[in-house]
Structures are given as C-alpha cells and as structure tokens.
Write a protein that binds this ligand. Structure first.
Ligand code: GDP
Ligand code: CA
Length: 338
C-alpha cells in the first residue's frame, strides 16, 4: 500500500509518527517490517533565511520527530539543545533575535545552506539530511522553488497613510507567529512566489499513485493550505484515485495547540471542525475530502459534515502518545476500500 500525507510541523509529524507505528509489524523473531510506503509532502511556506542560513522549520520538525531527535518538551528543534550561538548573535545586536536557533539545529541549517549553494535542490538536500535521521518515510518538500508565507498586518509602528488609515505591511510568517504570537490581526496571507512555484519532483506522482491520501491535523491555512496552493497539487488531489481522509486539528471549537484560530479568522473560516471540513470541501463536489474525522467532543457536527457530501466519524483525536495517535491512523486506514 502507498500512503501520501501532507504535513506542517508539530501536528503533521506527530500524526505521521503514529501512522508509522500503526503500519509497523514486529515478527516473532524480532525482525520488523512495514505494510506500507509513506510519502510525506512537507510545507516549505514557513521557510526563512536567518543569519544567512536556510531554515525549513516544518521539514525539520518532521525529520527530527520521525528520526527520534525532536525536543519532546518544545515539540520543535533538538532534544538537549543549547542556544549559545543565538545569544552570541544577540550580543552583536543583529536581528532577528526572536527566532529560536539552537546550536545543534544550526548544523542542519549549515549543511542545507552549503548544499543549496553548491547547486543541489531542496529535494536532494532533504533526502541527504534524512539519510542521517532515517525517518522511515520519503520526505519531499512541496516545492523546490521559493514560496514563502507573509502576513498582511497593520504596521505595528502605528504608521498611517495620508488619509489617516493604518498603513498595511507584509511581514514574514515567522515574525508574525513567533515575535507577535499571531496576536496582530492578519488581513490576509500572501505566499511570495507561489504563482510560479512548481511541485517538487515526485510530489504529483506520490498523489496520483497513492492508495490513500491523508491530511493530518495540521494547520488548514498556513500548513495544508500552503501546500495546496502550489499550482497542480490541489488539482492532483481532486482527481486522485485513492481516497482522501482528513483529521481535524480543531477540537471543541479551538486548535489543540498553536494559533490556527487567528489564521482561520484571516481567511473568513470559523474555528470549528465542521467549518474546516466545509473549507476543504467534498471531492464529490469539486473539493478535496472524502472522509473527515472529528473528535468525540464534536460528535454533534457529524451530520453537518455528512450533509456536505463528506463521510464523517467522531473518534478520539488527542495525540497524547504514539499509541493513541496510531489508533487515529488506523481509522484513516479503514477508509481504504471501504
Ligand atoms: P506547525 O507547523 O508546527 O504549526 O504544525 P502543523 O501545522 O502540522 O499542526 C498544527 C496543528 O496541529 C494545530 O492547529 C493543532 O490544533 C493541531 N494539533 C496539535 N496537537 C493535536 C492533537 O493532539 N490532536 C489534534 N486533533 N490536533 C492537534
Ligand atoms: Ca509550520
């Protein structure tokens, strides 16, 4: 079986770790095997150049989480991390000072930046980094081209135009998310370069050849939404032969973690499991989903989602540990040939 999942950072990688556990069989002699090939299409809209280094936060979160190197406490970056270089950079007074650049993590960014400078594509560099981490999946960036999310906000300096209206500026997604904790109201998102970005090699094939396509509980706007915005990806999902199953990141009217509500508000979508399903739409109706899994807490929206033409079930969706997450993945697997 071939499974293709789209993924942001924390929500996506934790789900895929559970999926991988669900797919792994251990034989009586202790040897192991997997019953499926998994391809993960990672969001690169969060990518940022920091102090001359190319940082790919979502790809690295997937790679470190599946490779056993993630900080379990923070959910991003490396376990046992130190921040000496960050403090030294701040000592020079150079911006950005708000970006969490750990010393171990910097090694990854150095390898990536040097390899890109030598002419390798992000797809090739990601494969090379994964040779160390052995994530057990094929990790592909959504695109090798720059497609970077920016957020249109009122200028935080308070600047106004000639008619006294607040000036609007676009800031990098990471500045909005980390420095401002998504508290500056977003007017819109602009993905710089998206119009001419091409899906990375293997992305469209992974969608077309999948027996199952999964939208893990990643941010619907700035993770899954960005991947879907790469020209050709959404169309490939609409016409794919495998079923498309989505897992709600919204439970009980709020994101389980993070600030997806601020993102949904900016695109005019209510923060609810049903509204996110409606936003993706039913494949039968030109949209993207065949099946939508909501949390038990949201059992009351199941009928609403079904009325959209999307099959829907309410199950526990809290990724408290790998075993609980594996059960969520098992529910997704039930959608193949059912
Ligand atoms: P990011 O790139 O690190 O922000 O991560 P993602 O976009 O992959 O995932 C973020 C989303 O994961 C958030 O909107 C959360 O609501 C969702 N999330 C985090 N933990 C859980 C969980 O245990 N269950 C569910 N259903 N969603 C979760
Ligand atoms: Ca992200």
């Amino acid at each position: 079986m071939r499974i293709t999942a789209l993924a942001g950072g924390i929500g996506g990688s934790r789900f895929i770790r559970g999926l991988r556990a669900q797919l792994t069989t251990t034989h009586p002699d202790g040897s192991g095997g997997t019953t499926a090939e998994v391809t993960v299409i990672g969001n690169t809209g969060d990518d940022i150049w920091v102090h001359g280094l190319r940082v790919c936060p979502d790809l690295d979160t997937v790679m470190y989480t599946l490779g056993g190197g993630i900080s379990t406490e923070r959910g991003w970056g490396r376990e046992g991390e130190t921040f000496t270089a960050k403090a030294e950079l701040a000592g020079y007074g150079v911006e950005p000072t708000w970006f969490g650049l750990g010393d171990k993590d910097i090694a990854t960014h150095l390898v990536r930046t040097a390899s890109l400078a030598a002419g390798y594509s992000l797809t090739e560099v990601t494969a090379a980094l994964c040779a160390r981490w052995q994530p057990g999946v094929t990790l592909l960036p959504m695109s090798d081209d720059r497609a970077e999310t920016h957020v249109v906000v009122d200028d935080p300096s308070g600047a106004r135009d000639d008619s006294g209206r607040p000036m609007q500026i676009a800031i990098h997604f990471q500045e909005w998310w980390i420095k401002y904790r998504a508290a500056l109201p977003a007017h819109s998102f602009a993905i710089i370069g998206i119009d001419t970005a091409k899906p990375a090699p293997g992305v469209i094939e992974a969608i077309e050849n999948a027996d199952l396509i999964i939208f893990p509980p990643s941010n619907p706007v700035v993770s899954i939404g960005t991947i879907l915005a790469v020209p050709g990806i959404a169309a490939a999902i609409r016409s794919a032969t495998g079923p498309v199953v989505g897992v709600s990141p919204i439970v009980g009217g709020a994101p389980v973690r993070g600030m997806a509500d601020s993102c949904l508000q900016a695109i005019g979508v209510e923060t609810s499991a049903a509204a996110v399903a409606a936003h993706y739409g039913a494949r039968a109706d030109g949209g993207l989903l065949d099946v939508w899994l909501v949390d038990e807490q949201d059992a009351d929206v199941v009928e609403t989602v079904r009325a959209l033409g999307i099959s829907c079930r309410a199950i526990p969706l809290m990724m408290t540990d790998v075993a609980a997450t594996a059960l969520m993945a098992a529910e997704c697997l039930h959608s193949v040939n059912s």
